[in-house]
Design a protein around this ligand. Structure first.
Ligand SMILES: CSCCC(=O)C(=O)COP(=O)(O)O
Ligand code: ZN
Length: 214
């Protein structure tokens, strides 16, 4: 694999993390981003790094057999690497997987006790690949567990049994994860989901203050 492919992936990850950080979706060390490479390995953010000022040395390359490539011995891959791994295994077309912690994704994850969140039928859903009139679109919600392997196992179980409507999932009181066939598309998916979450939170605030149209 050429150095160019490796470097391009890191530049996209650094740029995307900075943009998400600036929007308040990756504050402090929150969230993790990965891009798959042609040999099925992937670059992922190292654990505990501030996402607003990542350097190329702040990434770990994870190979399918679990072997790691890293700039220094003390670097650990994201604590949530198992989730990225299962997404890449379940969805061979996925080339990037982005996970962020926004306030809105946490709020909407509490809008239902069910394990699916109904999204409003907004035009924006087309940006997630939903081309239906008045779509009934559900976003899967998973329970948060201290053991990330448990979250990954739940994702594997549910997505093996049921097809996904949109390439994204929520972890309750934790954050949102989206994946796509290119890094640019994954970034767009996160931005679109955040727009939808913001709409849902705003709509609920308007309804609760009674200032919305009846
Ligand atoms: C303050 S973030 C808590 C851990 C987490 O959920 C996350 O997304 C970041 O973990 P990482 O190991 O990827 O830095
Ligand atoms: Zn997280």
């Amino acid at each position: 694999m050429t150095r160019r492919i490796l470097d391009d992936a890191l530049i996209q990850l650094i740029d995307t993390a900075r943009s998400f950080y600036q929007q308040g979706w990756m504050v402090g060390t929150a969230g993790n981003l990965s891009i798959r490479l042609p040999d099925d390995s992937f670059w992922i953010t190292a654990s505990g790094k501030s996402k607003g000022e990542l350097l190329p040395s702040d990434f770990v390359r994870v190979y399918p057999d679990g072997i790691l490539e890293k700039a220094s011995a003390d670097l650990q891959p994201s604590a949530e690497t198992a989730i990225h791994q299962i997404i890449y295994t379940l969805f061979p077309e996925a080339q990037a997987c982005y996970h962020i912690h926004s306030v809105e994704s946490n709020l909407v994850s509490r809008f239902t006790l069910e394990d699916n969140l109904l999204l409003p039928p907004l035009e924006m859903l087309k940006g997630l690949g939903v081309y239906q009139k008045n779509p009934c679109c559900f976003l899967p919600i998973f329970a948060n567990h201290l053991q990330v392997a448990r979250i990954a196992a739940d994702i594997q179980q549910r997505f093996t049994a049921n097809s996904v409507q949109i390439p994204a999932l929520l972890i309750r009181d934790h954050g949102v994860t989206a994946w796509a066939s290119s890094p640019t598309a994954a970034r767009n998916y996160i931005e679109i989901l955040e727009y939808i979450f913001r709409y849902m939170v705003t709509e609920r605030m308007i309804s609760s203050t009674g200032t919305g149209n009846k």
